[in-house]
Design a protein around this ligand. Structure first.
Ligand SMILES: [Zn+2]
Length: 307
């Protein structure tokens, strides 16, 4: 406990990252679209009802036809945890999970943005720089907490709705490799915040490695387009898709980050580095696999929770 406290204190000073978004809205919609097709009738009925309790529900479905309404709501709901970062009425409580209320789970009365729920910074170093471990709450602790609520008999539908909407988003985030790591190097001894501090071009240009990976799914805001695009993702291996332990999802992303993200032409340190064609091809392939896997696993845990 003492070690944790001193680690937390150290982290207050050094280890917090600029904001990271995770897959962009288009990517999160694709993950949800994959999951939607795999829901059981029982899970479909339950999530449809719960999503109607979200304050943004009328906005989500305002342009959807009757036949598409439930799917559009489900797909849009996966973007809500990012949307509240720019909606009025929500407070930016920073990137430090040590703020009061960081780990609370109280439903829609909670107006904190909880940006630190979107990732976990498992550290590694290619040059033997001392590592600083991750702090809680983080994406892994929150996925576990929200899954528990969804299957809890005593939890209210209002709380289940809030937790469901967060879960739709975070299962996507945790499959973005850079949401599970921070790279520590001699020139970046406090970590690179999941590639947020690795430049892909000279200043004042602001492209960085994290955003490059966030945008790999493609861009756009239309749920119908994301749903169509999701249909063209590769089908994941059934046994791999059936892994339902969120700590294993984190570990996978952590390993992929080290093996497929921090690869030449991405060198050690803050850059700038220029990504080339071969890097782009690998990145696209990995991203498509991760989106498909996230969707399959999301359906799996919702089907389990709402049996
Ligand atoms: Zn996110």
């Amino acid at each position: 406990m003492k070690n944790f406290a001193s680690l937390a204190t150290l982290c207050l000073a050094v280890c917090f990252a600029p904001a990271a978004f995770g897959w962009n809205a288009f990517g999160h919609m694709m993950v949800a679209a994959v999951a939607y097709d795999d829901l059981t009738p029982a899970a479909h009925a339950k999530v449809t009802r719960l999503l109607q309790l979200n304050p943004d529900y009328p906005k989500w479905v305002s342009r959807a036809g009757g036949a598409d309404r439930d799917e559009v709501a489900f797909v849009m709901a996966a973007t809500w945890a990012d949307a509240i970062k720019s909606e009025t009425g929500y407070q930016n409580d920073g990137d430090r999970p040590s703020v009061p209320g960081a780990a609370r789970n109280i439903g829609y009365a909670d107006r904190l943005q909880h940006r630190y729920w979107h990732y976990i910074d498992l550290p590694f170093s290619p040059d033997h720089t001392p590592l600083i471990g991750p702090v809680a709450p983080n994406v892994q602790t929150q996925i576990a907490a929200f899954r528990k609520t969804l299957s809890a008999a005593g939890a209210s539908d209002a709380l289940k709705s809030y937790d469901l909407v967060w879960l739709l988003h975070l299962v996507g985030d945790v499959h973005q490799p850079l949401h599970a790591t921070s790279r520590f190097t001699r020139t970046q001894p406090t970590g690179d915040a999941g590639g947020n501090r690795v430049a892909l071009c000279q200043r004042p240009c602001r492209n960085e490695l994290h955003a490059f990976w966030d945008d790999l799914p493609g861009t756009g805001k239309k749920p119908a387009v994301a749903i169509r695009r999701a249909n063209r993702l590769p089908r994941p291996d059934r046994a791999v898709a059936a892994i339902d332990d969120e700590s294993k999802w984190v570990q996978e992303s952590f390993e992929i980050a080290q093996n497929s993200v921090y690869m030449p032409p991405i060198g050690i340190g803050p850059g700038p580095f220029s990504v080339d064609g071969p890097y782009r091809n690998v990145a696209h392939r990995v991203a498509r696999q991760r989106l498909a896997l996230a969707g399959a696993r999301l359906a799996h845990i919702l089907n389990e929770a709402f049996r």
